[in-house]
Design a protein around this ligand. Sequence first.
Ligand code: AMP
Length: 221
Amino acid sequence: MEGVGNMNIVFIAPPAAGKGTQSKLLSDKYGIVHISTGDLLRSEVASGSELGNHINELLKSGKLVDDEIVFNMLETRLKQKDCDKGYILDGFPRNLEQAKIYDEMAKRLNRPIDYAILLNITREEAMRRITGRVSCPACGAVYNEYSDVFTYSGMCNHCSAKLVKREDDNIETFNQRFDTYLSRTQPIIEHYKMKGILHVVDSGISKENTFAQIESIIGGN
Ligand code: AMP
């Protein structure tokens, strides 16, 4: 595994821009922990708890989950020892309030953000990707049915588990999620620009091209 030093990264991106894919590539190559708030929320849904049912309604509508719920899960995760090596926040912060509360929490836990990476993609391309997206419930790999080649159809190339489609990957929820991104998430771009840690990546070409741009930002290969 290659090293780029300890670093904490946040990805800012509309749905289907490649946050999950790029996080996994970074995590595999550099050993940085991958924390997806969407995955944390989906695992609460899968547990079947009352809280999980409440979260599920919001996920299906494409709206944001309450900040308090997200912070409870995130703080528990960030206190774990493996986060000392650095981590990628995938899907967080989602609004300006979360970015500001995170800054306070970062001081308390000594976990400041080093890089905020904006993955840019058009609405049209994001929509095309959403309809083909499938993922592996076992190892987290994300694929596109239209562009990826599979060793066995419908199975993960890494671990052979059966690939699944996310319930919120449909056109109606996509439109709500994209609008939520524009109105709620985009304002955090300015927040990180003012801190001098914002980097912009064109994520519309290919996952390899996007990854190369990210590596040149963080000082990897
Ligand atoms: P994602 O897996 O990042 O695409 O997120 C899927 C859904 O989870 C979003 O549409 C939101 O409903 C919810 N979600 C994920 N991260 C957050 C967050 N940081 N704050 C609020 N809601 C979130």
